[in-house]
Design a protein. Structure first.
Length: 271
């Protein structure tokens, strides 16, 4: 892949970098910065924009669900076809406005946020925008199709540029040293993405996660350690009741914090 990759012109990379920025703001309880990130995402990734259209294409190719190779290849071709209807001029102008909003409203450091699947997003970008020879294009398409047929956790996502990647990691670790459990990372990730899609997918996820936590808490109530400890049994029962009542509550940051606390509780009980 000889074409130079410009991360600031990679729509999915910018979205992921903003997602990391919002996660940091939520965890550090920086309400002002969180609102700025939300405002930028809502304004620039709203429906009808070329940015939103391109982002959805990136996301469709980032769903690693062990697809059949033939299906994955067809998805890549369909994504390319739809991408050809994206206006390069409009997209460039929208990207420029987004970059400007980030530089002025947040800071250039956003572009140094660590994005774990950087290489993969770069490959998609190069496939969408490459004037490469037929052989190089086919190899890129095949790389993406192969990735879609494997479990995401087992993929090797090396960076396009090792120096740039190491810089991302360093800056991310310096600014965001708090390590969250995988369940909480997923929760925050879904919440951040919901800013751009009216929260429908996040509502489905929250229902599933609350259901999972209810099952885990219910099982813990049957363990010897808790049944023989009056205080623990009472606390666990209260947690279960909280989960029962969540269906009646609106999904907001207070509810998300409660779910994160219960996720911690479940981890502690299981350990």
């Amino acid at each position: 892949m000889k074409a130079k990759h410009n991360k600031k012109r990679n729509t999915a990379f910018i979205f992921e970098a903003l997602s990391q920025e919002m996660t940091k703001a939520i965890v550090s309880k920086d309400e002002t910065r969180k609102k700025k990130v939300v405002s930028i995402v809502r304004s620039h990734f709203k429906k009808g924009t070329e940015l939103r259209k391109e982002l959805e294409l990136y996301q469709s190719l980032s769903e690693h669900s062990e697809f059949d190779k033939e299906v994955a290849t067809r998805m890549v071709q369909e994504a390319k076809r739809i991408h050809s209807t994206v206006s390069p001029k409009k997209l460039f102008l929208e990207q420029s406005a987004l970059i400007n909003a980030i530089n002025k409203g947040l800071s250039k450091s956003v572009f140094s946020n660590f994005v774990g699947n950087y290489k993969y997003l770069a490959t998609i970008s190069q496939m969408f925008n490459s004037d490469a020879k037929v052989k190089e294009r086919v190899l890129m398409e095949n790389t993406i199709a192969d990735a879609m047929t494997k479990d995401a956790d087992n993929q090797e996502m090396k960076p396009v540029d090792g120096i740039v990647y190491k810089s991302f990691v360093k800056n991310f670790n310096d600014a965001y040293s708090l390590v969250l459990p995988d369940t909480q990372k997923e929760l925050l990730g879904k919440y951040i993405s919901s800013v751009a899609d009216n929260g429908l997918e996040f509502k489905v996820y929250m229902n599933e996660e609350v259901g999972r936590l209810k099952e885990e808490v219910k099982k813990s109530l049957e363990t010897k350690e808790i049944t023989e400890d009056t205080e623990m049994k009472e606390s666990t029962t209260q947690v279960y009741q909280m989960l029962e009542e969540m269906a009646k509550k609106p999904i907001d940051e207070e509810l998300i914090q409660q779910v994160m606390n219960i996720q911690n509780f479940v981890v502690e009980v299981e350990s």
